[in-house]
Design a binder for this molecule. Structure first.
Ligand code: IPE
Ligand code: IPE
Ligand code: MG
Length: 244
């Protein structure tokens, strides 16, 4: 853990651009998804080296089911194989892996592997790695609201006390530091229903680099840029200068 405010504690990434990366090479989109796996390894390694506490990756959105079924099928195969291949290495690097999203829709084989990866790595503390699959920011807010209603029904929560502080513990990632830096690769300037609640005060960084081309240098540039930002959280720059 680092206490240097110029280093983000929590980095989230929209890993975008696999399809275009493949097309530029005259290859099918799935070729790009496979190549993207290497960039995931680079990002994990980078965070371990820089002692970043939490890395949250957007791997498959609740909207990505709309893609052609052969692409969705190939992505599921890729997740399955990646889980078989990468979990031991992540575990030996003391990475704690969590899958975030509606996991019940995945097939038995994938679900079993996701649960066993989470179970196996739960005691690790070098890096928290959240992989968002079948995740949507609106889904997250809705599931938090549902849990809050259930707590009201059990008599554990007074509905009159429902506010952002009492709803927050039901959101995904509530037990982790707030997202400091959100990176989106691939040139689009949008959130695409990734974390909504959790990025309320995140710094946003966009790069045209396509996800499979992302390496440690690219991530270092994002961190250098972050280090130069002044985070004011509603205050004035004079107040910030006085506090530091
Ligand atoms: C991101 O790359 C990976 C997933 C959404 C699963 P894309 O597949 O969206 O790549 P582009 O945006 O079409 O280039
Ligand atoms: C966002 O990328 C989802 C992931 C990276 C998993 P998309 O490529 O699906 O986003 P849109 O559809 O271009 O907004
Ligand atoms: Mg895309």
């Amino acid at each position: 853990m680092t206490t240097d405010p110029r280093i983000p504690r929590h980095v989230a990434i929209v890993m975008d651009g696999n399809g275009r990366w493949a097309r530029r090479r005259g290859q099918p989109r799935n070729f790009g998804h496979r190549a993207g796996q290497k960039a995931v390894r680079e990002a994990v390694e980078f965070c371990l080296r820089r002692k970043i506490e939490t890395l949250t990756l957007f791997a498959f959105s609740s909207e990505n089911w709309k893609r052609p079924s052969d692409e969705v099928g190939a992505l599921m195969d890729l997740f399955l194989r990646a889980l078989d291949k990468e979990v031991d290495e992540l575990h030996s690097n003391e990475v704690r892996v969590r899958f975030i999203g509606g996991l019940s829709v995945f097939n038995e084989a994938l679900r079993t592997r996701m649960l066993s990866a989470m179970e196996k790595t739960r005691g690790n503390s070098a890096l928290d790695l959240n992989v968002c699959v079948n995740y949507g920011g609106r889904w997250d807010i809705a599931q938090a609201a549902r849990q809050a209603v259930e707590a009201v029904q059990r008599g554990e929560l007074d509905p009159r006390s429902l506010d952002e502080t009492t709803l927050a513990p039901f959101m995904c990632l509530a037990d982790q530091p707030p997202v400091d830096l959100l990176i989106r690769t691939g040139g689009e300037h949008r959130i695409s229903n990734f974390l909504l609640w959790q990025i309320a005060y995140a710094e946003l960084y966009f790069t045209d680099t396509l996800w499979p081309d992302v390496d440690q240098d690219e991530l270092a540039r994002a961190l250098e840029n972050y280090a130069r930002r002044e985070r004011r959280f509603g205050r004035t720059d004079a107040q910030i200068a006085k506090a530091s």
